[in-house]
Write a protein that binds this ligand. Structure first.
Ligand code: BYC
Length: 331
């Protein structure tokens, strides 16, 4: 598995017998569902695991603005344009809450951004796929935000206080995003045959990458066992993926769309849908930087960062002036 670019220092799940007294006390508090706060003692590997996950999550939010940003100037009506702009702005806000949560763990936002631009840190595989038609904006809201909520609702109860609290508002906003995506899909599916065909084409292209968002299968997931022990993750990658399929297939049926999986069928015995095999090679290729848009995304992000330098400088100069003025007034 392509993993562990950020070494958390752990090679196996920490067992009770090998724990120091601090580690045992820490684990007991986690087991008792007491939230871990920034000033509490925590194992270094717990801190690094959180920095790794929260920074990847924050990067996903701001890189996730790019595929949708491409459609602001081409939205089919003023109303859709206003909604899309508000959604993209929300994603930027989510990035900021998450970078702030990461900063409570002693890392600097500038360094995290540097890691993203230098390719040292990951962001969600899903944002390396192109948005080719307007229905893709519907599919992103419906499927990508839908998958994001499925994964993020349990994070509202994760063990690290600042991350859990940031997720509460994020989930509320993602829920609105998911509905606006479904609303676009519904409008297109009830529109002309050409519009319905666009919606189907979009589902065909976004279905499998959306399932990949949940990460490798449980058997291949290197971090899951320890993260679940620490309650950073409450449900496994495969459990969340299954919940997403079970929730989304009836929605596709309601839209009159066909899920692009010939092996998809309801399994009465399990009480779940069975799905075909995910193309894990494609997933790993995207993670290695060889998805359709990896280079373009990082190039666009880096340019936006460089172009925004004067804004950051102006903000710092303004803050300095205000502080000087306040100091003079206090003197
Ligand atoms: N893409 O051991 P595993 C959003 C990496 S939604 C890229 O299972 P873990 C948004 C993983 O990082 C998306 N990389 O790891 C929605 C690890 O690599 P490293 C963001 C992936 O952490 C709409 C390796 O594979 N959501 O933001 O236990 C609009 C092994 O995996 C992916 C989150 O980030 C992937 N899909 O579980 C705008 C939620 N999957 O670090 C924005 C928080 C796995 O060892 N994150 N990898 O090099 C999580 O819940 C978990 O980190 C994951 C992975 C379930 C994603």
């Amino acid at each position: 598995m392509y993993a562990q670019m950020v070494d958390t220092g752990l090679k196996q799940v920490a067992e009770a017998t090998g724990m120091s007294p601090e580690e045992s006390a820490f684990q007991a508090r986690v087991d008792a569902d007491v939230k871990v706060e920034p000033k509490d003692w925590m194992p270094e590997a717990y801190r690094r695991t959180l920095v790794r996950q929260i920074q990847q999550h924050a990067h996903s939010e701001i890189v996730g603005m790019l595929p949708e940003g491409n459609w602001v100037t081409r939205a089919p009506s003023l109303k859709r344009k206003a909604i899309l702009m508000a959604k993209i702005q929300d994603e930027g806000g989510h990035g900021l809450y998450l970078y702030s949560a990461a900063e409570t763990l002693g890392v600097s936002r500038d360094n995290l951004i540097d890691d993203l631009h230098a390719g040292r840190s990951k962001y969600s595989s899903i944002f390396n796929y192109p948005t080719l038609n307007w229905a893709d904006i519907g599919a992103i809201g419906w499927l990508v935000d839908g998958a994001a909520i499925m994964n993020q609702i349990p994070l509202c109860r994760c063990s690290y206080g600042p991350y859990a609290r940031a997720m509460v508002r994020i989930c509320k906003e993602e829920s609105f995003h998911q509905r606006q995506g479904f609303d676009i899909m519904l409008a297109m599916c009830r529109g002309t045959p050409e519009q319905k065909a666009m919606a189907q084409d979009s589902l065909d292209r976004w279905w499998w990458p959306s399932l990949m968002m949940f990460g490798p299968s449980d058997a291949e997931s290197v971090h899951s066992a320890q993260s679940m022990r620490w309650k950073i993750k409450l449900l496994s990658n495969d459990e969340l993926r299954q919940r997403f399929v079970d929730q989304t297939v009836p929605q596709a049926e309601f839209l009159g769309l066909r899920v692009p999986d010939p092996e998809l069928r309801w399994n009465d015995e399990r009480g779940h849908y069975d799905v075909g095999t995910i193309d894990w090679k494609e997933f790993q290729d995207v993670l290695r930087g060889h998805g359709p848009c990896n280079r373009d995304r990082i190039r666009t992000r880096t340019k936006a960062w460089e172009d925004g330098e004067w804004v950051r400088e102006a903000a710092v100069a303004h803050a300095r002036k205000r502080a000087e003025r306040a100091a003079r007034a206090a003197a």
